[in-house]
Design a protein around this ligand. Structure first.
Ligand code: ADP
Ligand code: MG
Length: 353
């Protein structure tokens, strides 16, 4: 019976999963997979208040806009900084995802949100998604969605530990029986590492580099543990004293020094969660390992350093950047099985430490 009802709903409305990340927004369309993967950036005309561009197009405009157009990231540090812009972004995504195949009813949407989100923000996401045309809205915490995307047995009575390292936030969560047993939300993630690199280059080389440059060198030569060969990159920036452009060569060892403090914070956060995890669940985690997702999981050597400090095996998701979005897709396709992991109100969640 339930199965038939599900089939009917699927015929008359699209099922869509959204990973509303601080850095990247991904959309899953039932039957198609991940159909949209764009930066979480919206360009707004401040004179009219209207959205001019979303995603890649808006990111292109960053730093190149005339005074009255501003490019904003609607989710700063994992919280919704601008409700209207978020709504416009969701509208754009829903339209784009269903452009060739609109159905009778508005889509049923599962939205992944950062675990640090408050009740007010959950309501804001729900309202924004409804206003954007959804017929039904379900909310799931991102570490839960990431765990489902990695096909971890989160509904079983066994402890699963997931760390989702995104742009603005790192979510550390221990999950069992479809619920979050312990979790922690850190503001140390990819963006912080970029800022660490900018600060380091400013103080060591006396040049100013942009965020994009910092991110590029983090990705190209960043490594938490030294390799056999040193890595180098040439970066261009503005000399702080002369004001003119200058080039310097930066090495992986510079990057290591720049980001070491943040990596320590991350490892300490993981240890804290482990220290307060109940012994039975901890035993499961020690045996099954820690699972990494999110773009930050791709930093070279991160899995090794976490293993070194915790003595627990560490596994990185096959495609860490899409784990949350794939998780929302799996939820959509197995609504009955996963209905208990969806949240309507933060009060319904088990108590957190
Ligand atoms: P969010 O979920 O917050 O949108 P993502 O999971 O999309 O974040 O991850 C974005 C972050 O991952 C950015 O800070 C980006 O610099 C970082 N990132 C992406 N690829 C790599 C890589 N190969 N090495 C290191 N960091 C990476
Ligand atoms: Mg994310």
């Amino acid at each position: 019976m339930i199965k038939n009802l599900e089939q009917i709903k699927r015929l008359i409305s699209n099922d869509i999963g959204i990973d509303l990340g601080t850095a990247n927004t991904l959309v899953y369309l039932h039957g198609k997979g991940v159909v949209i993967n764009e930066p979480s950036v919206v360009a707004v005309n401040q004179k009219t208040g209207r959205v001019v561009a979303v995603g890649k197009d808006a990111k292109q405009m960053l730093g190149r806009t005339p005074g009255h157009i501003v490019a904003v990231r609607p989710l700063v540090d994992g919280v919704i900084s601008d409700f209207e812009v978020t709504e416009e972004m969701i509208t754009y995504l829903l339209n784009k995802a269903q452009k060739s195949n609109k159905k009778l009813l508005g889509p049923r949407v599962v939205v992944g949100v950062p675990s640090g989100i408050t009740n007010v923000e959950i309501r804001a996401v729900r309202d924004a998604t409804k206003n954007a045309g959804a017929s039904e809205v379900y909310i799931v915490e991102e570490p839960m969605a990431a765990a489902i995307g990695m096909r971890l047995p989160i509904m079983d009575p066994v402890g699963n530990m997931v760390i989702d390292i995104g742009g603005g936030t790192t979510d550390i969560a221990v999950i069992s029986l479809g619920g979050v047993v312990r979790s922690k939300n850190l503001r140390v993630a990819g963006d912080k590492l970029n800022n660490d690199i900018i600060s380091y280059v400013r103080s060591e080389f006396k040049i100013l580099i942009g965020e994009k440059t910092a991110e590029n060198i983090k990705i190209s030569i960043g490594a938490i543990l030294p390799g056999d060969e040193p890595l180098e990159a040439t970066i261009r920036g503005r000399d702080l004293i002369s004001g003119l452009p200058r080039e310097v060569v930066i090495t992986d060892s510079d990057i290591r020094e720049a980001i070491s403090q943040s990596i320590n914070t991350l490892v300490d956060g993981i240890k804290e969660v482990l220290e307060t995890t109940p012994p039975e669940v901890l035993a499961d985690v020690m045996q099954r390992g820690i699972f990494l997702a999110g773009g930050g999981a791709l930093i070279n050597g991160l899995a090794e350093i976490i293993h070194e400090y915790t003595k627990i095996p560490v596994h990185t998701a096959l495609d860490p950047l899409t784990a949350v979005c794939r998780g929302t897709g799996i939820i959509l396709e197995n609504m009955e099985q996963y209905k208990d992991v969806l949240i309507t109100n933060k009060d319904e969640l088990p108590p957190k430490k």
